[in-house]
Ligand binder design. Sequence first.
Ligand code: SF4
Length: 294
Amino acid sequence: MSDRVREVVDLVRERLVFLREIGAREVTRVAAPAQRGSAPIQARGSQAEGPSRGAPATAGKGVAPAAAGAGARAAAQVEVLETAAPSLLDADRYVLPPGASPAEGLEALRVEEIGDCKRCKLWRGRTRIVFGSGNPKARLMFVGEGPGADEDDQGLPFVGRAGQKLTEIIEKGMGIPRSEVYIANIIKCRPPENRDPEAEEIAACEGFLLKQIDIIRPKVVVALGKFAAQTLLRSKMPISSLRGRFWRYRDCLLMPTFHPAFLLRQYTPENRRIVWEDLKKVKQALDAPDGSVR
Ligand code: SF4
């Protein structure tokens, strides 16, 4: 057996062990990452959209056939709820300057706009601003609450124990290299003692995340944990009610699920199964022909 074949066999074995650990009973094919712009998700308000923003679908839900196109591999339907944050649907989108790439847009945001930010009091305790990292053209984005000690130290998101669990979920569970997704937080500086960010801190910082989302234009955003989900969706519903289904969020689909730190604390078969179910739906939406999920 050649080294390359052995390497592939080891990777497959590792992934199967992980999938068995999280209670997966089937393995779905993961689509190769598509170039952003080749098939953008249909903008709301377009002709093909179906129910208008002002006219929620029956019982507050929009259900659309996701596998109608040739080559569709996803399950028959991807269900999308109306958003809990309509103000964010209506808000202006950040538009890249003509000719600028997403990578350049992110860098300009990081350097020129955020810079040595002191817009809220969290700057006093930070070591580094944790801007975000990953593929500037990612189709899948993960959003957490804010940096912890390891992230503050390294200036990178999700690099501590919870980050390692997240990497495991992305790579071994979903079969996607971490470098293909983008990971960021709602706030960019570590709150003292890892407390929840305060309202004025979120108000000062969240705009940066919205610009990141507008620049990257992912198809799916996964909100990690109660705080991120409630903040992004402007909702007070418990994570147990928010998770497991897609919410329309700006121009993408938002799937709330448990935070990997919660999984580490309560690593039960039930919690692992729940996260796996949520992420299977995310893979299904990523695999579905763009424009058919709405
Ligand atoms: S948390 Fe955000 S708004 Fe506050 S200082 Fe850091 S970068 Fe600026």
